[in-house]
Design a protein around this ligand. Structure first.
Ligand SMILES: *Cc1c(COP(=O)(O)O)cnc(C)c1O
Length: 354
């Protein structure tokens, strides 16, 4: 792939690495590529970071034909740069795009694009412990016109954001609101696709949770409002009676790269893993009897986020005395160790950028 480069005339000052937060700063350049029906992907380019100019009739603004991904680039202790399983993000983007009838981007083009922009912006990858460069690839219909049909043109964009540890004070349990009114996804819908539309529909519940003093929403299945599915931007797992229980991937749950990695590690460690329907009643009951030992969310941004409290209707359950569980901590240390290159990567998950 040939990539044209237009260098920014003025470079930004780099932010203080101890104050990065999440998704607040963006680098000097971005990656862009266009798709035109009959012509395929063309005009790959790295250009100065800045506004995109769109016709007001651009279809994405009306019908939300948009998909995205999220992964991180890490600076290892010996100064190398590595990505974590980027081909899984590429494959998921293809599945998301298929569902939204959007142009597909081959895996090798996706990975090559990510590597090119990360390498070009390499001096933006922070070096302090727990920091990384968040990579946000996204794609949208760029055709102008207000009829509802698949667009003939698309844009693929990658922006980069240096980020700090998701929780600056370290891994701490969060309070979770079990949502029993709104739903996120149903089988046959777009729950398995990483698309902006899913999030637009989820914000009302997130606002409600926050108004009640909770950090994130735990979604129940959209049909019975009974079975545990996932948490906000994360998949969710529970340690019940020494078994790990998580929702199966049946179309309404987002297939997380972190979820897959954690399940692989757990299997390796000899844990019994059950991908099955877990009713909220069973979960709350396990919380009351003490069978529920630990609970945590998994996702690229926070990696692992322990759950300290669940609130469902008028019921509240505290998990592990609102402390990070032993297994949760061990999983966090192992996976982040692999990602930053401090723990041997026997799974061959990391990919160095040369
Ligand atoms: C991205 C995302 C996840 C986590 O996926 P990872 O690949 O582990 O980052 C989980 N749930 C939803 C709804 C998501 O959008």
């Amino acid at each position: 792939m040939e990539i044209k480069i237009e260098r920014a005339t003025q470079l930004k000052d780099k932010p203080d690495q101890s104050q990065l937060g999440f998704g607040r700063y963006f680098t000097d350049h971005m990656f862009l590529m266009d798709y035109t029906e009959g012509k395929g992907w063309h005009d790959a380019r790295i250009v100065p970071y800045g506004p995109l100019s769109l016709d007001p009739a651009t279809m994405v603004l009306h019908y939300a034909q948009e998909t995205f991904e999220g992964l991180k680039a890490y600076r290892t202790q010996d100064g190398e740069i590595q990505l974590f399983r980027p081909e899984m993000n590429a494959e998921r983007l293809i599945r998301s795009n298929k569902r939204l009838c959007m142009a597909e981007l081959p895996v090798d083009l996706f990975v090559e694009s990510v590597e090119a922009i990360v390498k070009y912006e390499a001096d933006w990858i922070p070096t302090e412990e727990g920091t990384s460069l968040y990579v946000r690839p996204f794609m949208f219909s760029s055709e102008a016109g207000v009829g509802v049909h698949p667009a003939k043109t698309y844009k693929f964009v990658i922006i980069l954001s240096p980020v700090g540890a998701y929780y600056p004070e370290g891994v701490n349990p969060v309070k979770i609101w079990v949502e029993d009114e709104y739903v996120r996804a149903v089988k046959g819908g777009t729950g398995f696709a990483k698309c902006g539309g899913n999030y637009a529909a989820s914000i009302a519940a997130q606002v409600k949770a926050e108004q009640n003093g909770y950090t994130q929403v735990l979604w129940l299945d959209g049909v019975h409002r009974k079975y545990v599915e996932e948490v906000g931007t994360m998949n969710v797992m529970f340690l019940i009676d020494n078994k790990i229980v998580t929702a199966p991937l049946e179309g309404s749950v987002l297939p997380g790269v972190t979820r897959n990695s954690i399940l692989t590690i757990l299997n390796d460690w000899g844990y019994e893993v059950e991908e099955r329907h877990l009713s909220i009643d069973e979960l709350m009951e396990a919380g009351r009897t003490g069978a529920l030992k630990e609970g945590f969310g998994t996702g690229t941004a926070a990696v692992i986020s322990p759950i300290g409290e669940l609130k469902y209707k008028d019921d509240v359950v505290i998990i592990n005395d609102f402390k990070t569980g032993e297994l949760t901590q061990k999983l966090y240390d192992t996976l982040t160790g692999i990602q930053w290159g401090n723990v041997e990567d026997k799974y061959n998950w990391t990919r160095k950028i040369k």
